[in-house]
Design a protein around this ligand. Structure first.
Ligand SMILES: [Zn+2]
Ligand SMILES: [Zn+2]
Length: 145
């Protein structure tokens, strides 16, 4: 019978949602990587001086809800899509054709008990003046490729 294996199965489940709750993301696995990105695209999309993104394998996650997709070519040259809630306009996801099986989820939309643990900074070359990095994490001038 199913479920006979006891406590060894991984039950970590992560959910994220937009401000109004209509757009949601569920993943059955932890993120494969987390970064802080300072690129102009992230700054424009979020209105902040940087954004924290957790990357998940698309095979482990599912998006539900009303999506508004913006497609553009990022500084890296990759075709990128940003997905926002079409109701409240919260930007939640980004995808790149360079990493087709990975989806980026804006860390601030992920619900507790998830705690963002970024591994590095990206696009530090595009960072806004005055936002000093003091956390000691590795810094990459551009994106990961
Ligand atoms: Zn919403
Ligand atoms: Zn970025």
């Amino acid at each position: 019978m199913s479920g006979a294996r006891g406590g060894s199965c991984v039950t970590s489940s992560i959910s994220a949602r937009c401000a109004c709750g209509a757009l949601q993301f569920q993943s059955t696995a932890a993120p494969v990587m987390q970064v802080i990105c300072h690129c102009a695209d992230c700054r424009a999309a979020t209105g902040r001086s940087f954004c924290e993104t957790a990357f998940f394998r698309t095979g482990h996650g599912a998006i539900t809800g009303p999506q508004s997709v913006t497609s553009f070519v990022a500084a890296s040259g990759a075709r990128t899509e940003r997905v926002a809630c079409s109701r409240c306009r919260t930007v939640m996801f980004d995808t790149s054709n360079r990493f087709p099986d990975i989806i980026g989820v804006l860390a601030e939309t992920i619900e507790p008990p998830f705690v963002a643990k970024p591994a590095c900074h990206m696009w530090v070359s595009s960072k806004v003046a005055g936002s000093d990095i003091t956390d000691g994490l590795p810094q990459h001038a551009e994106g990961l490729s």
